[in-house]
Ligand binder design. Structure first.
Ligand code: COA
Length: 374
């Protein structure tokens, strides 16, 4: 048995930012156009008027201040309201592969490694750009990695489930190391015309190199243990898929072809699931909550993270104990907890322990207990 360790991480951040002020201005312009175009039906009471969004609500309800996106021009055009992403030819790298490549190269550099040291690539993300060939195999090819690669999707929990898959393979000896990449183009699955959720998501890619601890060339985080759990729920759902074109019911405009959620229910049901999951995982691993120096939580909502932090630690977390990045990145699905880990883990001291935890659609929850060495 080998001991798996996270030896390097990397984050690709798109260069375009949308602030809440820009977002709300574009959304409200769209609402004005929509209400004017449908003024007869609205006056006759056959169609409800759309309500404007507000910066105050967004900040208070979510803690989000801005989001990075691949293309803001389409999203902020009230006549378009979605990103405009150029169709690439089959000879070009796909967008997800390109984003993941940047993050992966940063993770390799942080670990002091090259692609020659990698045996496997797992592309773990909420939305995959195509059915096949796997995006992971394209990334493997771009990096010239020998070995194998595969895609997996557990929505917001994809990264932690990916860590468990890689850690188990490393423990058993079937591979020496794996790159886990999480390219998330959430802007393309979000319905930017829906006031209830138009502020939620952003784009990013994260990467982690996981190796045998004995191979680490610098400081590393030993993966002490992992736990994954799922429970079926329709409260976060996206019905888009490859059967779309075979349906005779005009799917093009169907709202359920984009991200849908019953946010209130998610809040109510996921919080106890996550708190209980973490408590069970810590107990089985023999780690006390008081041993945890840091929590790197899924980045969907500030109140949710405040609640989980309080529940896990049994007190209000000190500043820095539970770092949030959602104010800058919004919800980046599976990548959120890994951005937090990548940006806020270097200062942990030798022997200190922390917990990465992600949760979301499925429902799904994945947690990883890590210990700093070096
Ligand atoms: N601007 C202004 N007001 C808005 C608004 C907006 N953009 N969106 C909704 N509102 C209004 C609603 O119409 C509602 O008004 P009412 O009380 O008069 O009916 C009120 O604000 C509250 O709306 P609600 O949807 O109940 O807000 P909330 O406090 O539950 O916050 C979420 C919404 C989505 C931020 C929150 O439910 C959440 O974060 N849930 C979990 C999300 C999550 O983790 N999802 C996982 C995705 S992977």
């Amino acid at each position: 048995m080998y001991t798996p360790a996270i030896t390097g991480t990397g984050v690709f951040t798109p260069d375009q930012v949308i602030t809440n002020a820009e977002l709300v201005k574009a959304f409200n312009a769209y609402v004005d156009i929509y209400n004017a175009e449908h003024s007869d039906e609205i006056a006759a009471g056959t169609l409800p008027a759309k309500d404007p969004s507000s910066e105050e609500f967004i900040l208070k309800a979510s803690g989000i201040e801005q989001r990075y996106v691949i293309d803001k021009t389409g999203i902020l055009d009230p006549h378009i309201m979605h990103p405009l992403l150029r169709q690439r030819t089959d000879d070009e790298p796909s967008l997800m592969a390109e984003m993941a490549l940047d993050a992966a190269q940063k993770a390799l550099a942080a670990a002091g490694r090259t692609a020659a040291d990698v045996d496997a690539v797992i592309c773990a993300a909420s939305n995959l750009e195509r059915a096949y060939p796997a995006v992971a195999i394209e990334i493997q090819d771009l990096l010239e990695i020998n070995g194998f690669a595969f895609d997996m999707n557990v929505a917001c929990s994809s990264a932690t489930f990916g860590i468990q898959a890689a850690a188990d393979m490393i423990r058993s000896g079937s591979i020496r190391s794996a790159l886990i990449v999480n390219p998330e183009i959430c802007s393309a699955h979000l319905e930017w015309r829906d006031r209830d959720c138009h502020f939620i998501f952003g784009d990013v890619a994260t990467a982690m190199l996981i190796e045998r601890s004995e191979d680490a060339s610098g400081p590393y985080f030993e993966i002490k243990s992992t736990r994954c759990a799922t429970e079926f729920s329709n409260n976060i759902r996206n019905n888009n898929g490859f059967l779309r074109r075979s349906r005779p019911d005009g799917v093009a405009d169907r709202r359920d072809m984009q991200f849908m959620q019953n946010g209130r229910k998610v809040f109510k049901e996921v919080l106890p699931m996550v708190s209980d999951h973490i408590a069970g995982h810590l107990a089985e691993t023999g780690v006390e909550a008081s041993d945890l120096k840091r929590l790197w939580l899924h980045q969907a909502n500030k109140s949710m993270n405040d609640f989980i932090g309080r529940k896990v630690l049994g007190r209000v977390p000190e500043p820095g104990e539970q770092p949030n990045i959602l104010q800058d990145y919004a919800n980046t699905s599976s990548a959120g907890s890994i951005i937090a880990f990548s940006k806020y883990s270097d200062d942990l001291k030798d022997g200190e322990t922390g917990l990465i935890c992600s949760f979301g659609a499925g429902y799904s929850v994945g947690s990883v207990v890590v210990q700093k060495h070096g």
